[in-house]
Design a protein around this ligand. Structure first.
Ligand code: UD1
Ligand code: MG
Length: 476
């Protein structure tokens, strides 16, 4: 396989309505494995490095066009105001183009196509000397697709759409995947000769094949080995089917590179995520965006990470984390919630029912139980007692809390920001800390306890508490 050579023009057809999705979002903008449907197509195309890349947009142009500009800045978008068929879309895409070399045409709704298949198809096409090649597939159920009509010698003669096919032709299980390669000048010569004389009154790109053959030029049908690659998305069920095939593909690749995925059917990893070998992913986990997992890390079960960096040997159990950094050997969860800007240091711990936002927790520090840490910087080796709240919001603005190194915050402390706790300082359990605490001191900020002796014996006479107290020797 010769990667990245031989392709002059690529045309992606993405102007369709996608009516069957029943969605306000354009069909090609729905996502699979963290990437838009058309994004997958463009990603597969990228290594073929077409000199001229054109994407035909139409329906939902206002959202599709900026998306294309963002993910494929080199692409030219072509506007098809009225959807008059795939042939019409290609006519528009070819306007003003320098018709040289080979042209690849494919649909924007086939996200499972791989670079490997496209490159192989291109190599076969170039070697065959054909003026047009069609990528075909044999489907268990070919209903709805254009069928490949071959002559007695097995050469492709033409393509007939389902709606225009005779009963006999409908028996054919070899279908047009909608991926074509053309000799540019042959395509330009014939694309304006097609007519809309068919059941849909559309200009069919598929009619070009018979026209090219009529000019005594060679046409080929190239059967692909894996029909799942060419599955298109028209409705939500097909979207889910393609997503699960993509999931399996991604998980297989990670497992082959040394990642332990305990249950690949419930583990969803975006195409953009990096997972180092020798890490383990437990069932029900969803890794999204730019997430990156270090070696020996343990993720899950039931953990969602979006744009999170997880260091080597860290564990994240039954937790939900976004836009955060988790240092090597840190432990998160179970049931932790790391919101944007959480930065957990090497060997640090964030435990059960702890929420962290926009805060740094230094190396070896611990927030083990039932706490909220917001807009804080915690130094190294500090311990935040159970149920401590960083009171960061005064009702109008957010304020910062600074906790030094080797600090011991007593359970159920309220650290009312802005406030700063010096190195090695303590706070007494149940304190409401409103003033800075100097290094090495203990802050006690709560009412002094008083015991009223015999109160139960006088006020709750005869109760089980009274009896128990008397048995213990209490008197009034
Ligand atoms: C097309 C093929 C059919 C093939 C099938 C594979 C034709 C006539 N038929 O049928 O042989 O088996 O794909 O999936 O080509 N589009 C535009 N502008 C238009 C019409 C379509 O950009 O005016 C785009 C659509 O967004 C889509 C692609 O072209 O991405 C294919 O169009 P679609 O209407 O889905 O064609 P099919 O009926 O599926
Ligand atoms: Mg289609």
């Amino acid at each position: 396989m010769t990667t990245g050579s031989g392709l002059d023009i690529a045309i992606v057809l993405a102007a369709g309505e996608g009516t069957r999705m029943k969605s306000s979002t354009s069909k090609v903008l729905h996502t699979i494995a963290g990437r838009s449907v058309v994004g997958h197509v463009l990603e597969a195309l990228k290594p073929l490095n077409p000199k001229d890349l054109r994407v035909v947009v139409g329906s939902s142009r206002e959202s599709v066009e900026p998306h294309i500009k963002e993910i494929a800045p080199n692409a030219t978008t072509v506007f098809q105001a009225e959807r008059k068929g795939t042939g019409h879309a290609v006519q528009l895409a070819l306007e003003g183009i320098q018709a040289q070399g080979s042209v690849l045409v494919l649909a924007g709704d086939t996200p499972l196509l791989t670079t490997f298949t496209l490159q192989e198809f291109l190599d076969v096409h170039l070697a065959s000397g054909s003026h047009v090649s069609v990528l075909t597939a044999q489907l268990p159920d070919p209903t709805g697709y254009g069928r490949i009509i071959r002559d007695e010698l097995g050469a492709i003669e033409r393509i007939v759409e389902q709606r225009d096919a005779t009963e006999e032709e409908q028996e054919i299980d070899e279908i047009n995947t909608g991926v074509y390669l053309f000799n540019a000048s042959a395509l330009v010569n014939s694309i304006h000769k097609i007519s809309n004389n068919n059941s849909q009154g559309e200009l069919y790109l598929t009619d070009v094949i018979a026209l090219i053959k009529a000019e005594s030029n060679k046409a080929s049908a190239v059967l692909s080995n894996d029909y799942t690659e060419t599955l298109g998305i028209n409705d939500r069920a097909q979207l889910a089917e393609c997503a699960s095939i993509m999931r399996d593909r991604i998980n297989d690749a990670h497992m082959r590179s040394g990642v332990a995925i305990i249950d690949p059917t419930t583990t969803w990893i975006d195409a953009t995520v990096k997972v180092a070998p020798d890490s383990t992913i437990h069932p029900g986990s969803w890794l999204q965006g730019t997430t990156s997992i270090g070696t020996r890390a343990v993720i899950g079960p039931r953990t969602t990470l979006k744009n999170v960096f997880v260091g080597e040997g860290a564990s994240v159990v039954e937790s939900n984390c976004t836009e955060s950094t988790i240092g090597a050997d840190a432990n998160i969860g179970p049931f932790s919630y790391l919101r944007a800007g959480s930065n957990v240091g090497v060997g640090a711990k964030v435990g059960a029912y702890v929420e962290v936002k926009n805060s740094t927790i230094g190396a070896g520090s611990k927030v083990p139980h039932l706490s909220y840490v917001g807009d804080a910087t915690i130094g190294t080796g500090s311990n935040i007692g159970a149920a401590t709240i960083f009171v960061n919001y005064d009702g109008v603005e957010k304020h910062q809390t600074i906790v030094g190194n080797e600090v011991r915050i007593g359970s159920d402390s309220m650290l009312v920001a802005p406030v700063s706790i010096g190195d090695g300082a303590y706070t007494a359990a149940g304190s409401v800390i409103t003033e800075d605490v100097p290094a090495g001191s203990i802050a006690v900020a709560r009412a002094k306890q008083r015991n009223i002796l015999g109160w139960v014996l006088r006020k709750r006479k005869g109760s089980s508490s009274d009896l128990a107290a008397r048995k213990a020797g209490a008197t009034d």
